[in-house]
Design a protein around this ligand. Structure first.
Ligand code: COA
Length: 314
């Protein structure tokens, strides 16, 4: 049994903030942010929450797939900015979309969340434990940004993306999904608190330079491994969807892999880094090309450190 993507949906908050609209006290500039990161604007949640954005994206994906919520028997939702400490944001989405059977739960893998959630859902489907699944990445990172720290707050934004997977007895769909983590780097990208330590959610703290280097290294290693394990060369990849953390990291990826840059999806300029939502949001830029077929590769890296890769063939 294989899991085949049959629908994709996204959602973003109403409010978009460009670099020039950021608070003056930050002492930053559009020029600095755009040249160091590629970010030009981001969406910021006001009335939206992670669950409301996830619900909107899920309903859009179900509409695209022409699947009714009652037919979904699994939701795996990746987020580190859930609506509540508990219950899971996935169960809020389950209620919101009117799905009563099956199971819904969250996974926490920060910026690699979407690939981690995809791996879980794909495994459930391959084991025959689910037939139709929603894989969702949804975040409101603006809520855990220290808006006085210019080295982090300019980098992130809010949004959600959802994919419907269907069990099919075919060779199409998710061919390969591999996830990794190394907790020795837990302190390099971390929040300043949490329920059990400070009784708050905390704010993002990051060793930017180290994260940058590690991301490039892990993109390289996991892409090499994916190509090797699937007897492919970079020329066999039709679409490459990297996590949208920083345009300079993506440019490094283009350089070392030798991929034709027209095949690489980039929208960090308009969403900034939306963590678990970034891969489906980037994929939405080429929705028709994705569903029209080919070899599609996802790559991600983030807090943990946690990283991963996936190959989908449609
Ligand atoms: N505006 C203006 N200046 C800024 C700034 C901002 N928003 N943020 C930092 N600076 C300043 C610093 O204070 C520093 O000034 P100094 O030289 O006077 O001390 C200078 O710019 C250089 O800072 P540095 O941190 O060395 O810049 P950098 O070139 O490494 O770029 C990042 C910083 C954060 C953009 C870069 O390290 C990065 O993208 N890292 C990866 C982050 C990431 O993707 N995280 C999520 C992964 S999932």
């Amino acid at each position: 049994m294989n899991s085949v993507p049959i629908g994709l949906g996204i959602a973003a908050p109403k409010k978009s903030v460009d670099n020039k609209e950021l608070p003056k006290e930050l002492d930053t500039s559009d020029e600095w942010i755009a040249s160091r990161t590629g970010v030009r604007r981001r969406y910021i949640a006001e009335n939206e929450t992670t669950a409301s954005l996830a619900t909107e994206a899920a309903l859009a994906a179900l509409g695209h797939a022409k699947v009714s919520p009652e037919d979904i028997d699994l939701i795996v939702l990746a987020t580190v900015t859930g609506d509540y400490t508990f219950p899971s944001t996935a169960t809020i989405v389950q209620r919101n979309i009117g799905m009563s059977k099956g199971v819904a739960f969250d996974v926490n893998a920060a910026c690699s969340g979407f690939i981690f959630a995809l791996d879980v859902a794909d495994s459930y489907i391959k084991l025959g434990k689910a037939k139709k699944a929603l894989v969702i990445g949804a975040e409101t990172f603006s809520k855990i940004l220290d808006w006085t720290d210019r080295s982090t707050c300019v980098l992130f934004g809010d949004g959600a993306g959802a994919m419907v997977l269907q069990a099919e007895d075919s060779n199409r769909g998710v061919q390969y999904c591999k996830i990794y983590s190394d907790g020795n780097y837990a302190d390099s990208l971390i929040t300043s608190g949490g329920v059990s330590t400070t009784q708050t959610a905390g704010f993002i703290k990051m060793n930017g330079r180290e994260v940058f280097k590690f991301a490039v290294e892990k993109f390289r290693e996991s892409l090499d491994e994916l190509l090797r394990d699937n007897n492919m060369t970079i020329n066999d990849v039709d679409l490459l969807v990297p996590h949208q953390a920083n345009l300079r990291i993506i440019k490094e990826l283009i350089k070392f892999s030798g991929i034709d840059e027209k095949k690489v999806l980039i929208n960090v300029d308009k969403y900034a880094n939306t963590s678990a939502a970034s891969i489906p949001l980037a994929l939405s830029e080429a929705k028709d090309a994705f569903f029209s077929g080919g070899n599609i590769v996802f790559l991600s890296m983030g807090a943990g450190y946690a990283w991963g890769s996936a190959l989908i063939r449609l």
